[in-house]
Ligand binder design. Sequence first.
Ligand SMILES: Nc1ncnc2c1ncn2[C@@H]1O[C@H](COP(=O)(O)OP(=O)(O)OP(=O)(O)O)[C@@H](O)[C@H]1O
Ligand SMILES: [Mg+2]
Length: 373
Amino acid sequence: MIRTTGLTKVFRTRDREVTALDDVDLRVAEGEIFGVLGRSGAGKSTLIRCVNLLERPTSGTVEVGGRELTGLSASALRAERRRIGMVFQHFNLLSSRDVAGNVAVPLEVAGVGRRERKRKVAELLDLVGLAGHANAYPAQLSGGQKQRVGIARALGNDPRVLLCDEATSALDPETTRSILALLKDLRAELGLTILLITHEMDVVKSICDSAALMEDGRVVESGSVTDLLTRPDSRLARDMFPLAATAPGRGSTVLEITFRGAETAQPFVSTLARTYNVDVNILGAAVETVGGRQVGRMRLALDGVFEDNVVPIGYLREQGLQVDVVQDTGSAAANGGRLHVVEGGAPDLDEPADPLTTPATPATAVDAARKEA
Ligand SMILES: Nc1ncnc2c1ncn2[C@@H]1O[C@H](COP(=O)(O)OP(=O)(O)OP(=O)(O)O)[C@@H](O)[C@H]1O
Ligand SMILES: [Mg+2]
């Protein structure tokens, strides 16, 4: 749906040059909510402004809905841009106009007649839950209501794509949740594709299907949120599910276990301890709901070096869990206390786990963790 290829933007001022975007290849599928994260100055706003060509890229191409915007004439570009709505952090409402007047702006620009405009404005206000506020002025609205006006305005020309630049950053957590829920509903109802920029991990966790992390104008990580979680080196996953870096004792094997969906229903920790008679020490755990599925990570320390634990690790993998061995012995001191992946990937045991040992009573991993702790 949205595709940028080799997108580069260099800002040149009198005394310096800033590469705000450096060879960015972004792929946003139709109907997806895609989050872009990154520190201040990473190039997020520049990216979003290049997607609708408010900012002309220095090089590279932008395609939206199969049309390459970078090759269009000015008038064709204006028409395409109408199908791309934009929502801003600070709402950008006209204080001299009431709610209905603000929502009508893009319709006026597009030359929509008075009667149709009125009908459309009423429909849009209804859609964003502001039906009773048509004649209120921005100064009389809360932040969340102002953003609802901003969203209604962005939907004026029936866009296929909505670009949101920090749309919830000026709002409190509860209002943020209600605006995110609205975006999700609008996606379902209107079939929108949403590209949003945020610096809040919670936003990504609660509504994004996919995400990208930007750093110094480059996309350093991207993919579906649940896939990112299973990459042991994913910074996004680590930021979403921070585990305390507890240093285990010497002579232990530290595992990082990632589970998704149904796997969380398995009390694998207690089964592991029972079946293999190993001491399991839980160093950290985080479980959340992402895209309607339970996902999480857990860091465990098993007694003994890696070779002692090959069989229990094989058992965990047989359960469909992603298991990464982040440290094979008590060498925390040797590598400065930093954990690193030393072994990971597909199950590598010849012997499958004994089906009789698989648990009969489902419990969540967290339940199991609590029991063990
Ligand atoms: N019009 C401009 N002229 C010159 N430099 C610019 C311009 N717009 C952005 N930049 C520079 O490009 C880089 C990326 O800016 P951008 O606004 O895209 O960052 P951002 O990730 O959106 O940051 P924030 O989280 O603070 O909004 C920054 O170094 C910024 O100073
Ligand atoms: Mg920005």
